[in-house]
Design a protein around this ligand. Structure first.
Ligand code: HEM
Length: 459
């Protein structure tokens, strides 16, 4: 049998396309990394420099000319210099006329200047078409190529053709482009790199606020109370016992806070009879930080699990067990096995373990690399249905832990309820309202509203 022959021919045009020449002003870290990336992606690169003969090492294959000569040789110029040094560009106005000028600059602080760098540049060189782009990438990200966290290039500019040219280059370098509109969006793009975990701020504040509140609340209830009433110093308990109350309490409340805004939104939709009215801003903001709230809550739950693991090896616990046995021997008595204590202990452990494992699943599936691999239906099944199940297990864990303690007057030291009771308020509300929303008549109306149906209120 004759082997089949395959004729190989180059992809696309028969002749190799002419390499496009791009110009870079600035030979700092960013300029060098950008040049290297452009060369690797098949462009020719020319640098514009004040001192073309002594500007330090540049990527292999790049040329260096004076600013004017470099600008003349290319239709697209990347400006990799600081805003303070833009003045000289005014004198290059003739060479830059009609050229696309890419402003990659950033500032060290917000609102340092009255106008955005890119708008200032457009005012200096009105004949050029300024595009703001690449400023959210670091030199490091350019050198290493696009990765998950650094895949996007935001751009904005007043001329569509100019943006198109920059977008094509960015795409060729392997980035995905997000057009943010006209040059008036430049300030917003310039503020992007200055943001420090903005979507984490509110969840972090909630976590710190709740932790501080419960720490002092439990410190007074447990340590100070025992010192004042019984004259005993049990301050050593701050390190493990108190921590192992604060962390699970905060975790449970924050987990419930992830699901509360969804409940409030559903109630609002039912009340308004439509899904076409905007939610209040605070609810929108709350909904947008649910993932961060959940991940922090998972962190706190993990701390609770670690603290729980060390309970058997604590000196205080071993001492108490030993002292108990010795006193039984001395008094010649044996304590009876209590079935209900065994049931109670095992049940709340079991609920805690189930809750924690589901909690881990929620956390893992909220990571972009995992959630991207799930369909929307799979994602919402895990985050919503299994999410409520997680709230249920963890809440039930705390109820079982409390058991009949709420009946004993000694539980209410200085007339205050114990921490775990306070931690049960929000999750219990979430679960009760969720059950109400699941009632067939309520669920049917909500589903219709979410499919676009609107209730016509009589005027
Ligand atoms: C209390 C175990 C997961 C919330 C406790 C206690 C233990 C325990 C031993 C009693 C601590 C003490 O005596 O001071 C476990 C185990 C878990 C788990 C083994 C999983 C492997 C969770 C999760 C949550 C949670 C995921 C909530 C998000 C609570 C709460 C308390 C508690 C609120 C009451 C704290 C207090 O005020 O004393 N858990 N737990 N637990 N746990 Fe868990």
């Amino acid at each position: 049998v004759k082997p089949e022959s395959v004729s190989l021919s180059p992809l696309g045009a028969t002749a190799a396309p002419e390499q496009e020449l791009l110009c870079i002003f600035g030979t700092g870290d960013f300029g060098r990394s950008l040049g290297q990336r452009l060369l690797q992606s098949g462009y020719k690169v020319v640098y514009g420099s004040r001192r073309p003969h002594s500007c330090g090492p540049l990527p292999m294959g790049a040329k260096v000319l004076s600013h004017a000569a470099a600008a003349e040789s290319s239709s697209l110029v990347f400006l990799c210099i600081h805003r303070q040094h833009y003045d000289f560009l005014e004198s290059l106005a003739p060479q830059l006329k009609g050229k696309v000028l890419v402003d990659v600059s950033n500032n060290l602080k917000k609102n340092l200047y009255p106008e955005a760098n890119a708008e200032y540049l457009q005012r200096l060189v009105p004949g050029a078409h300024v595009v703001k782009a690449f400023n959210t990438l670091s030199a490091w990200a350019l050198q290493n190529g696009p990765s998950d966290a650094n895949r996007q290039v935001f751009l904005c500019g007043n001329r569509a053709e100019a943006k198109q040219a920059v977008a094509e280059t960015a795409t060729k370098l392997g980035f995905s482009v997000l057009d943010r509109g006209s040059l008036s969006a430049a300030r917003e793009l310039e503020d992007f790199p200055l943001r420090l975990f903005p979507e984490w701020r509110l969840p972090l504040l909630i976590a710190i606020g709740l932790s501080a509140f419960f720490f002092f609340y439990l410190l007074i209830r447990d340590v100070v109370y025992t010192y004042v009433v019984q004259g005993k110093d049990i301050s050593f308990r701050i390190m493990v016992s108190l921590a192992n109350k604060v962390f699970p309490i905060v975790s449970l409340i924050m987990l419930a806070l992830c699901y509360l805004p969804g409940i409030i939104a559903a109630i609002l939709q039912l009340y308004r009879g439509t899904k076409y009215r905007r939610f209040p801003d605070w609810l929108d903001r709350w909904m947008l930080c649910r993932k961060q709230l959940g991940l922090l809550a998972l962190g706190f739950a993990s701390l609770h699990v670690f603290y729980t693991l060390v309970i058997p090896i604590r000196y205080y616990v071993r001492f108490k067990i030993g002292a108990g046995i010795i006193s039984q021997i001395k008094e010649n008595r044996t304590s009876e096995f209590d079935n209900s204590i065994a049931w109670r202990g095992d049940s709340y452990f079991s609920m805690g373990i189930l809750g924690f494992c589901l909690f881990l699943l929620l956390g893992i599936t909220s990571l972009p690399s995992v959630s991207n691999a799930l369909s929307w239906r799979e994602f919402s099944f895990i985050q919503s249905k299994l999410g409520y199940l997680t709230v249920f297990f963890c809440t039930f864990h705390a109820y079982l832990y409390g058991w009949d303690r709420f009946l004993r007057p000694s539980t209410y030291k200085w007339f205050t309820p114990p921490g775990y009771m306070l931690s049960l308020i929000v999750p219990s509300l979430v679960l009760v309202f969720k059950l109400l929303l699941l009632l067939p008549c309520v669920d049917r109306t909500l589903t219709r509203i979410r499919q676009g149906w609107e209730r016509c209120d009589p005027e």
